[in-house]
Ligand binder design. Structure first.
Ligand code: DPP
Ligand code: ZN
Length: 866
């Protein structure tokens, strides 16, 4: 397997102005006729280069012509995913017919079948599984696509752009031609053919363009499309208001498919979505699901500008579109819902999963320097950390200059394939600032650490903050240069009065900041709103954290102070557990929580966030060596202690939030349900029969999936096994025909930490609702067991590791992208105790010793073993 380097980038020798495609879709095969108008790139000096096109090795080539002349076998060579044609003219038309077997395509890249419908996934390199093409994002072409298929089976035929022609051939087959006027890279190509139902609406842009909005799904899911449609309209309006961006075609289509490797795909005018990111109905979808639909619909829509109109020069620039678009969708969701809650959720994900990625063997900069398989770099670093980098630019420049910068970026690069440097250059130009140091955020991997110390001189009233920054080594990068970053700070008096509010800018390894006229020693509120993606260390006392939890004017830091306190207390209990000492729960914490829980003036969503203990995964990320058992035991002890100490308060909060209103998916209602179900979870942790009855009642009486699934999960994970089995069975009976709900049913059981988990997931893998070819099912069973059921996955005998490795080896032959993704937990082996580390390493080695790993899995396994 070959490594590809950013520094080797060369502009394309050949350009394709027009691409005409004709798909003959049949049950046993698909014939694709491609006609490419090719010209030598005038910007490339060496005109005598052979024409090189990418094309999957397994793809059958049945005809190849230049300007109508059939090529002899000696005129071209096929080798390792590439077609080379020598002695081509400066400008010509290439015709190429390929034969595909979509029904046998289990990798779900290129053209494949999902539940009887044809669909495509071309990002990053799927188009080369459809035809021979310079399948790289800096080759942009105008596409015209004709689909031909049986009319009864495939009444709906879709591709990018606008439909321009249609007809029938008299033998039950029909065809539709689509024209996309905007030049695009091949990764944005899409087609869909199937028997689909449709929800239609329309939208008028600011400048008066009428846009037809169409969301397609299977007929049975037609009642689950309203929320996506509303979200789409909100996103279109928001992008006009906040970024001045309008939609640019007459039709915007979304199609829901059940077999999909990713969440969704921003193909020009024809987004293809995983059903899990578009279908939403109160009866079958949780609050989290609703918010995901809103966020992903907006994300893919925003790509129309940040990704499609302006795209990436090469795949090393992936964060150019993904980091920026995640930042855009996060701001959209913050505007539609609660800004602070959205921020807390995003930072929690970053701290738990992205920080772990940064500390593991696959750590890479936001703009990676090399890869074997680009699919492995659709990561939390490129997406979430990339979004944090854009957010820091927004913070450093301020909203107004940032908007000017994004206007300039879109205007200057419309229709181009560009780099993250081009993005930063636009920000530099409008602000007059030199951002060359800032760009280290794109080139250096690892999570920076800020160590903060302070001094106070009561005589002079001077307060001084000393900030040291450093960043640990990561693969291939032993030494890091200091970063430029915004550090948002407040100084609080002991009673919570704010003495100073402002933004400090770090550029050096060590810096001091002085504040005058401070009457008493203040408590610093640091990194407000998580103003930079770093680990912040300051030696707070418990009292200071409790004060911040009560008084900080920054909502995010109020929550963060509470989390810091919980983490510290949990870490103390972990030590006690390891030393065989009795664990205990801090009375001060109980008092603080009681206050939060009983203060009816507070926002329930915020209270719920504050009263949630950090997850086992996050505690693991924070540990020097991850002690799975100590983490689990300490956290369970604490949960139970807080449950029992506040039993009456939990019940009152439950009752207060249980308003009996009809379901709505707005932030306020979601916040109330989150506190209600958190209260129920603590009551269940208290372990008494009446609370089991309360949970059962909620399970039986709820009219929405949020409440029903919360109750089911709590009972299923409890010691009340009889009721657990009864509800799991009832849930299955009720929802067996709803594929997405069955994913939840699998995940609830896979994440059940009680005795016998491995046996349970093994028998679920045999259950009829499970389908090993469907990525959502794999994520629900394997992903949930290995990622959320940590104590079971890390069973001391290593059985969880063997189980996962067995799965990876099977799946790798079928769907390498999904196999590689599911492998992540094993890559972290160096973080565990010797016994576990050795067993994890042995499974990685076993995979490594297997002949014929895909590039996807090979890259991850080989880098993990270094
Ligand atoms: N479909 C993925 C996303 O939208 C990759 N572009 O992020
Ligand atoms: Zn994206």
């Amino acid at each position: 397997h070959e490594t590809i380097y950013l520094e080797d980038y060369q502009p394309p020798a050949w350009l394709i102005s027009h691409t005409e495609l004709r798909f003959e879709l049949e049950e046993e095969q698909t014939l694709v006729r491609a006609q490419l108008r090719i010209q030598a790139n005038p910007a490339v000096a060496d005109k005598r280069k052979p024409l090189e096109l990418f094309g999957d090795e397994g793809m059958e080539l049945s005809r190849l012509c230049i300007d109508g002349q059939i090529l002899e076998a000696s005129d071209y060579q096929r080798e390792a995913g590439c077609l080379r044609i020598n002695n081509v003219p400066e400008s010509f038309t290439l015709e190429c017919v390929t034969r595909l077997l979509p029904h046998e395509n289990t990798a779900l890249e290129g053209l494949y079948k999902s539940d009887g419908m044809f669909c495509t996934q071309c990002e990053a390199e799927g188009f080369r599984r459809i035809t021979f093409f310079p399948d790289r994002p800096d080759v942009m072409s105008i596409f015209r696509t004709t689909l031909v298929a049986d009319k009864a089976r495939y009444p709906v035929l879709l591709s990018n752009g606008n439909p321009v022609d249609t007809g029938e051939d008299g033998e039950g087959r029909h065809w539709v031609t689509w024209d996309d006027p905007w030049p695009k890279p091949s990764y944005l190509f899409a087609l869909v053919a199937g028997d689909l139902a449709l929800l239609e609406d329309h939208y008028t842009t600011t400048s008066g363009r009428e846009v037809a909005l169409r969301i397609y799904a299977e007929r049975k899911d037609l009642d689950k499309l309203d929320y996506a449609m509303q979200s789409l309209k909100n996103a279109m309006r928001w992008d006009e208001e906040v970024y001045g961006r309008e939609y640019d075609l007459d039709i915007y289509m979304i199609v829901a498919v059940d077999f999909f490797n990713m969440g969704a795909m921003e193909n020009k005018g024809l987004n293809i979505f995983n059903t899990s990111c578009v279908l939403a109905h109160p009866r079958t979808t949780t609050d989290q699901g609703f918010q995901r639909v809103e966020g992903v619909v907006a994300h893919e829509y925003f790509h129309n500008w940040s990704g499609n109109r302006v795209t990436c020069r090469d795949w090393f620039q992936l964060s150019l579109k993904e980091g920026f678009t995640v930042f855009r969708d996060a701001e959209f969701s913050a505007d539609m819902n609660s800004r602070t809650v959205k921020r807390i959720e995003d930072v929690t994900l970053l701290r738990t999963a992205q920080f772990a990625e940064d500390a593991g063997p696959m750590a890479h900069p936001v703009r990676p320097e090399s890869y074997m398989e680009i699919s492995n770099f659709y990561t939390l670093t490129v997406y979430e950390k990339g979004a944090e980098v854009v957010r820091m630019l927004h913070t450093l420049l301020g909203a107004e200059l940032f908007r000017k910068g994004s206007d300039l970026y879109f205007e200057r690069h419309d229709g181009q394939a560009v780099t993250t440097d081009d993005f930063v250059a636009a920000m530099e130009q409008v602000s007059g600032r030199d951002l060359s140091q800032f760009k280290r955020w794109y080139s250096q991997a690892g999570t920076p650490r800020l160590q903060v110390h302070d001094d106070y001189d009561p005589q002079s009233g001077e307060y001084c903050l000393t900030v040291r920054q450093s960043c640990p080594p990561s693969p291939g990068q032993d030494h890091k240069q200091p970063y430029q970053l915004p550090l948002s700070v407040g100084l609080l008096a002991e009673d919570g009065t704010e003495l100073y509010t402002g933004m400090l800018e770090l550029t050096e390894e060590e810096q001091q900041f002085r504040f005058d006229n401070i009457a008493r020693r203040p408590v610093p509120s640091l990194l407000r709103g998580f103003s930079a993606p770093v680990k912040l260390e300051y030696d707070y006392t418990d009292e200071q954290l409790l004060m911040l939890l009560r008084h900080d004017s920054d909502g995010f830091n109020r929550w963060d102070a509470g989390q810091r306190l919980c983490i510290r207390l949990l870490q103390e209990q972990m030590l006690r557990y390891r030393d065989g000492l009795a664990m205990s729960c801090s009375e001060a914490l109980v008092i603080a929580w009681r206050q939060l829980l009983t203060d009816e003036s507070l926002d329930p969503a915020m209270v719920a966030q504050c009263l949630r203990l950090p997850s086992e995964a996050q505690l693991g990320e924070l540990a020097e060596r991850i002690d799975v058992t100590a983490i689990h035991e300490a956290r369970e002890f604490m949960r139970k202690a807080l449950a029992q100490a506040l039993e009456q308060e939990w019940l009152q909060a439950y009752q207060r939030c249980d308003t009996g209103d009809d379901y709505t998916a707005d932030a306020e209602a979601i916040g109330r349900r989150s506190l209600k179900n958190l209260a129920l979870s603590y009551l269940m942790a208290a372990g008494r029969e009446p609370w089991l009855e309360l949970a059962r009642q909620q399970y039986e009486q709820s009219d929405n999936m949020t409440d029903q699934l919360a109750a089911l999960t709590l009972v299923a994970h409890s010691e009340f096994r009889e009721t657990a089995d009864e509800l799991l069975q009832a849930f299955y009976q009720q929802w067996q025909h709803e594929s997405l709900v069955m994913n939840q049913w699998l995940a609830v059981q896979a994440s059940d930490p009680t005795e016998g988990a491995l046996q349970r997931v093994n028998s679920l893998a045999q259950h009829p609702v499970f389908d090993a070819r469907n990525p959502n099912k794999l994520r629900s069973l394997i992903g949930a067991f290995c990622g959320q059921n940590l104590a079971s996955f890390h069973a001391e005998d290593g059985s969880g590791y063997v189980w996962l490795a067995d799965w990876i080896l099977t799946l790798d032959r079928q769907n390498p992208q999904v196999a590689s993704r599911l492998l992540t937990p094993l890559t972290r082996w160096k973080r565990y105790d010797q016994g576990r580390a050795a067993q994890m390493q042995a499974q990685l080695q076993r995979m490594m010793d297997t002949a014929e790993l895909s590039a996807d899995v090979y890259e991850v396994v080989s880098k993990s073993l270094v």
